[in-house]
Ligand binder design. Structure first.
Ligand code: NAD
Ligand code: MG
Length: 397
């Protein structure tokens, strides 16, 4: 990741928000509300929540929106019959939003594999990408890095751990980095007896102790697959060896991550758990804009706890390291199997322990394509989803 600056702060930044109705998308628009003169919202997208999208369009007046399917587009039109806004559909719509020439920065806050192609297209169009969608780097990080190498395009991490590491690395030489230390809250089941994991309900898994997030990432946090995906994301973003990436459970989520250097010094980024801070940093970079986000009360902070993750209890973390080790399409298989399994769990079609089981089976049965092109990643994604669905429907499950 190279240094660069946005256009002068007097010129508003043209902004596209992919996944505007989600947790990151709505918090991005909260940041925009704090700095109305610094942004021109040009494009907003969502999958299905067109009621909220219509409200956002009334407020932010983008030139275009994109929605998941034609029926949603028709519904959106009936909600705003007299508003002059272009409406696009599906992946083409996401890519149209991401590649607009009046956009300076694309907030990539779609969830899942669907984020990959729009991010690649945004970078090819030399728009800056603020990346929340970690699945993009997990599945296609090598393709993303290749586009970054060949275009005048920039990627800024939004995920709190990666934003923390990015901030700790500012002004440092990559050669002096000893370790990246990713912190993890441990999720809602950190202290729960593993013998009761098969009884975990969807409601329990959706109840995260520290962060309020979309459903998929909340389940990923409960299985600790979220940290596994973040290990892969960190490897792709910061180009370190996998052995240099450590995970440390830190239940308070105050230390957002750390970098250990060759001379024994360690830098950390701390704050209250509030995604608006890393979102804003990605949008203001390299500047810091004064903002009223909640501050830490240091005197109230009586302790910070750290412990090693338990990969016996949370096998998803180990599966992610295995997939990173295997390389090629393995992370895409891991990601797709996880997305499919989490969907099945949320629909109460499989148990909590079914998630790692289905991912492990799928990873074990699919062959890995080395140095994959986009088509290979799409094929691996589709096959892994199909296998998970079939396996879950089989009578033994
Ligand atoms: P969310 O489910 O709340 O929102 C997802 C958004 O994407 C919605 O606007 C939805 O309409 C849209 N969307 C969903 N599927 C789509 C598809 N197939 N095509 C187009 N649009 C689609 O999710 P979120 O919690 O905001 O997370 C978004 C991304 O950011 C995820 O990759 C997540 O891992 C990452 N992230 C989130 C947080 C957080 O605090 N929520 C923190 C770090 C990283
Ligand atoms: Mg994170």
């Amino acid at each position: 990741m190279s240094d660069f600056t946005f256009p002068s702060s007097e010129t508003p930044r043209g902004l596209a928000v992919l996944g505007a109705t989600g947790s990151i998308g709505t918090q991005t628009l909260e940041v925009v509300r704090l700095f109305p003169d610094r942004f021109d919202v040009r494009a907003l997208t969502c999958d299905g929540n067109v009621e909220l999208l219509a409200e956002q369009v009334r407020e932010f007046r983008p030139e275009m929106v994109a929605v998941g399917a034609q029926e949603r587009a028709d519904e959106f039109r009936t909600l705003l019959p007299n508003v002059d806004v272009e409406v696009s559909v599906g992946q083409d719509g996401l890519c149209a939003a991401a590649t607009r020439s009046d956009v300076d920065v694309v907030m990539a806050a779609v969830v899942g594999f669907a984020g990959l192609v729009p991010v690649l297209e945004a970078l090819r169009a030399e728009n800056t990408v603020a990346l929340a969608n970690k699945e993009t780097m997990v599945v296609g990080g090598t393709l993303v890095n290749d586009v970054l190498d060949h275009h005048d395009a920039h990627l800024l991490p939004v995920d709190s751990e990666h934003s923390a590491i990015f901030q700790c690395l500012a002004g440092e030489s990559e050669r002096t980095v000893e370790n990246l230390i990713l912190t993890a809250s441990g999720g809602p089941f950190r202290t729960r007896d593993a013998n009761t994991f098969d009884d975990i309900t969807v409601e329990e898994a959706l109840d995260h102790p520290n962060w309020s997030m979309g459903a998929k990432i909340t389940i990923d946090s409960a299985t600790m697959m979220n940290k596994g995906l973040e290990v892969i994301e960190a490897q792709r973003l910061f180009d370190v060896d996998v052995e240099q990436i450590q995970v440390l459970v830190h239940p308070q989520s105050i230390v957002h991550s750390m970098v250990a250097f060759a001379d024994g010094a360690v830098k950390a980024e701390l704050g209250v758990p509030d995604m608006k801070v890393p979102i804003q940093y990605a949008l203001s970079y390299p500047a810091r804009w004064p903002a009223p986000h909640e501050r830490l009360d240091w005197a109230e902070l009586t302790r910070l706890d750290f412990e090693r993750p338990d990969t016996g209890k949370f096998p998803c973390l180990r599966l992610a390291y295995d997939a990173l080790d295997a390389g090629g399409t393995a992370p895409a298989i891991l990601n797709a199997a996880n997305e499919a399994a989490v969907g099945l769990f949320l629909n109460e079609q499989i148990s909590f322990l079914g998630i790692p089981r289905l991912i492990e089976q799928t990873l074990g049965r699919m062959s890995v394509v080395e140095s994959p092109a986009l088509d290979d990643l799409v094929a691996a994604d589709e096959e892994a989803r199909r296998r998970v669905e079939e396996r879950a429907a089989a009578p033994s499950n």
